[in-house]
Design a binder for this molecule. Structure first.
Ligand SMILES: Cc1cc2nc3c(=O)[nH]c(=O)nc-3n(C[C@H](O)[C@H](O)[C@H](O)COP(=O)(O)OP(=O)(O)OC[C@H]3O[C@@H](n4cnc5c(N)ncnc54)[C@H](O)[C@@H]3O)c2cc1C
Length: 420
């Protein structure tokens, strides 16, 4: 069948690849001049099933209250904006803050993330992909003994769901990543996830788009989608600034912009943008880490990409504004310099901001909608690259009527039954 994939981020590019591989005629539309130029451009670079713990959990609300109005908050809600979609999302977020929901959402995310990591490894071998990847695992470090305890509890839960996470003391953390030596006295401990990875998501996205194109997928860049076209309850294609394109099926993979396209067609997606920042700098020598590190206290991640170091973090719920707030990105510079002093030239960094497409339960939206022909692959939040390969393969299997490799229960829009 002819399938339109809307969006050429990491989700759209991997979806296009798997649909083309399954023999469909694929056309990908994106407003940018190439693949992966928005949220998939300069993210934290982690393939991190170890981050499957959802944002909504029993411990988060007191923290969010404490952080309210603080410009250096890891998670900052700007509630003063009147945005009904954000308030409706917030109610659902609160409803997901129970222990039972957090366990359920961890399982759902891990189901996709673990499958996805295996899919990525299989693709990397089969297609000989090269994207500055590192396969030394991810080390999560903690300064507070209380947070470390909580992290260990989450790690044990993830162990039960099949993710190998290993608790480390301070000396073991430094043995794994010697560049942590300078801050060792501050560390309460760490958790190593040896199977997790890192790399450059943009290079990966471009590679997947190239491989999809080799299989016959057509990428139409510089094309802005304006709305979905319909015949009753059937989606027939899309209207763009370059005319109408018809298709048998349409996949919404527009990241944070997916709800803007679906809402006029009557599908309200609980996806809101959470702005995050990264910096990239030239890095060399023993003071620069090679193992990907997550700093729990500041919710920051570090990935070595060849001769560069990427540091990323913070989340700000402030609408679709992609502009760079200098105070927020300078915070990333200061935190990176404090954790890895001497790792590189912190006075010359490339700052970047992207909008994570987050759902209230941190689980993506994968599968069909009540409109015939309209499919979702969106809402991957903080783990878009981690879950891209598995989400794409799963969706291609569902669209092709095949029995899927993993159980899709709880991953679709139908889990949000009440319309807010
Ligand atoms: C600071 C930060 C750090 C992160 N770190 C990690 C990490 O370490 N690991 C991880 O797994 N994930 C990470 N993420 C999350 C990850 O980057 C995202 O989940 C992922 O990039 C989302 O991919 P996507 O394809 O859904 O969206 P996008 O990459 O945003 O792609 C959507 C595409 O749709 C296009 N588009 C939108 N509207 C239209 C329209 N109307 N017409 C045409 N085209 C349109 C855009 O141009 C864009 O190319 C991070 C995100 C941020 C911001």
């Amino acid at each position: 069948m002819k399938v339109l994939v809307l969006g050429a981020g990491v989700i759209g590019a991997t979806t296009a690849y798997h649909l083309a591989e399954a023999g469909h005629q694929v056309v990908v539309l994106d407003r940018q001049s190439g693949a992966g130029l928005e949220t998939s451009f300069a993210n934290g670079g982690q393939i991190s099933p170890c981050h499957a713990e959802p944002w909504a959990n029993p411990g988060v609300l007191p923290k969010v209250l404490k952080w309210l109005g603080r410009e250096d908050a890891p998670l900052l809600f700007r509630w003063n904006r009147f945005d009904p979609a954000l308030w409706a999302w917030g109610l659902r977020f609160v409803a997901n803050c129970t222990s039972a929901r957090a366990v359920q959402n961890t399982e759902r995310t891990l189901r996709v993330a673990l499958y996805s990591r295996a899919c990525l490894q299989e693709l990397r071998d089969r297609l000989a992909l090269d994207y500055d990847q590192r396969t030394q695992g991810i080390l999560h470090v903690y300064r507070s003994a209380r947070e470390f305890d909580q992290g260990c509890r989450a790690a044990r839960l993830m162990n039960q769901y099949g993710l190998d996470r290993q608790i480390q003391d301070r000396a073991q953390c430094v043995a794994i990543e010697p560049a942590l030596a300078a801050v060792a006295p501050q560390l309460a401990g760490g958790i190593l996830t040896p199977g997790d990875e890192s790399g450059d998501a943009h290079k990966f996205t471009r590679a997947m788009a190239d491989h999809a194109a080799r299989l016959g997928a057509e990428f139409r860049y510089g094309t802005t989608v304006t709305h979905l076209t319909r015949d009753g309850d059937t989606v027939t294609g899309t209207a763009t600034d370059r005319g109408v394109i018809t298709a048998d099926a349409v996949v919404l993979a527009l990241g944070s912009w997916s709800p803007l396209l679906s809402r006029p067609a009557g599908i309200r997606l609980p996806v809101v943008p959470a702005k995050g920042y990264s910096i990239t700098l030239a890095a060399d020598g023993p003071a620069a880490p090679t193992v990907s590190v997550t700093d729990d206290e500041h919710k920051m991640v570090y990935s070595r990409l060849g001769d560069r170091l990427r540091a990323a973090g913070t989340a700000e719920m402030a609408g679709h504004d992609p502009s760079l707030n200098e105070r927020r990105w300078r915070l990333i510079v200061e935190r990176a310099r404090a954790l890895f002093p001497g790792a590189g030239d912190f006075d010359h960094v490339e700052p970047w901001a992207g909008l994570r497409p987050v759902t209230p339960d941190s689980v993506p939206l994968i599968g069909r909608t009540r409109l015939r022909g309209l499919w979702l692959n969106t809402g991957h939040g903080t783990l878009g690259w981690t879950m891209a390969c598995g989400s794409a393969r799963l969706l291609a299997q569902l669209m092709g009527g095949q029995s899927p490799d993993i159980d899709p229960t709880g991953l679709g829009i139908e889990r949000f039954k009440i319309s807010l």
